[in-house]
Design a protein around this ligand. Sequence first.
Ligand code: 2RA
Length: 329
Amino acid sequence: MKVAVVGATGMVGEVMLQLLAERNFPVTELIPVASEKSVGKQIEFMGKSYAVVGLQTAVDLKPEIAIFSAGGQTSLDWAPKFAEVGTTVIDNSSAWRMDPTKKLVVPEINASTLTKEDKIIANPNCSTIQMVMVLAPLHQKYGIKRVVVSTYQSITGTGVKAVKQLENEYAGIQGEMAYPYPIHRNAIPQCDVFEENGYTKEEMKLVRETQKIMNDKTIAVTATAIRIPVVGGHSESVNIQFANDFDVTEVRTILHHTPGVVVQDNIDTKTYPMPIYAHGKDDVFVGRIRRDESQPNTLNMWIVADNLRKGAATNTIQIAEYLVANNLV
Ligand code: 2RA
């Protein structure tokens, strides 16, 4: 199968290539795609060397699948061009996520909605994916009324420039700034730009995408997204108000049996998820599961996942694997 990776030289693109190889995805020909300045650069993949090509060259090669992680404008401009030649696009940017004609997919939750006609498929935002992986089975069991989430997001979500800023700050070097403020020894209460309502785009993604993936606009969500100087993954403190009461032990059992979710929850042994240990793994880790004693039918928990893997590349490739396994490409 011819597979194009658009944004092959970026942080997510590199993880995608690593995962395509790790998961033995049936790639017969890789088409690494990047900006014009990278055209011709050699990419090593599964023992073979491939030259990076430009977008039009990649379209002309008519890959079966094109995995995008190259920013919203590139997706808006080029995903339709790939789709026109029969390619199925799985896009990591926010460009198509809220388009009513496009599917927003976390395979464990709603891959079954996919059909051969879906030629542009949106991969949700990283902080949304890890949260809905836990919310979905609990919503099915108890009915979710409202979610209050605070995120503690890795600088890798911003990209290479942010990682470099932190390294410079460690070294006491004044370099290019990915953020308006120092990130070393700091917490910045802004991920992405602010919208009219005073919330950031990142916070509103958690609201809008959650409702779309779970196909339920009655689920009320409010979010605060914070950037912190870690690299292993995003962490989230999540407070969930259910329509019905629950049993905490039963909640743990439900999550324990949820594919892609790992419960790490034992305060006696100080067992709980942390980004330093989630780094490089594909699962979503959940712990600190406890009743919110301030109001009925409400639960607190802590959710951690590697934002570059399940939050982006892994979820994208799991969608591609679903398409192949169900003869949808
Ligand atoms: C972030 N979720 O962490 C966004 C985009 N990757 O910045």
